[in-house]
Design a protein around this ligand. Sequence first.
Ligand code: SF4
Length: 300
Amino acid sequence: MSERKPSWLRAKLPTSPSYKSVRGIVEEHELHTVCQSARCPNMGECWSRRTATLMILGNTCTRACTFCAIQTGRPTELDLGEPARVAMAVKRMGLKHAVITSVSRDDLKDGGAGVWAATIRAIRYKNPETAIEVLIPDFRGNLDQLDIVLDAEPDILNHNFETVPRLQRPVRKTANWEITSKVLEHAKSRGFTTKTGIMLGIGEEQDEIEETMRHFADIKIDIVTIGQYLQPTKEHRKMTRWVQPEEFEHWKQFGLDLGIGVVESGALVRSSYHADEQSDRFVRKGEPKTEDAAVATATA
Ligand code: SF4
């Protein structure tokens, strides 16, 4: 396999004034973004469109997934001022659709669910018109913790399978197929719009992708994203192939034929890439909440 990136993967350079403005807002509010921490190739484009995915609960993850560039270790931060700063940053960026994610915080008693809920409520309070999509960790399958997040009423509940069943252990280590299914099925049973994603080029076979997509349809996932895996460093899991644009198109059609509402499939597609456009059909607004409620929920 050639190491050279194919032409369809060469992303735009970050030069626009909007890019600089987004970077300024992120820095000023002392926030982290998954765009930077995961070395996303779309930063030039997304930040120029004034969208960024803010990452809460610090910048150090307690997991060590073999595909992910986010630093791993024992986090020290628990920043209860973060929800309010995230809400301000969303306002200053003028987002109509905010995507928030977090590192996994297995070190916290509630897995970070309290800060998650406080963040959703703070965004809603300051930005009542903004749709809120949350790309959450698995809370180790603890449904009480998941319910704390769902009770804050995000518009879209996103949690990634990342890959096919056979590769869950080598790719995700402690996360797994059953727990991820349980998280998404629980959110669906409570009436939420659900979303998930996988990477291709990480060792999967074609029949395994089919099996995976059928499972997504079975558990009634509303939105699926499929993108090219890019190996962040030599220490990370090897990329196995460049997936051709025609194959991405094939999986999009395959998913739509299974009845999945939205399938975004392409080399540069990431969970949050053009999320505002994918999800317009599904967003359900929560009620604005008071700032007091936001603070009271930060119990972690
Ligand atoms: S695709 Fe998502 S993570 Fe990547 S730059 Fe865009 S918003 Fe950030």
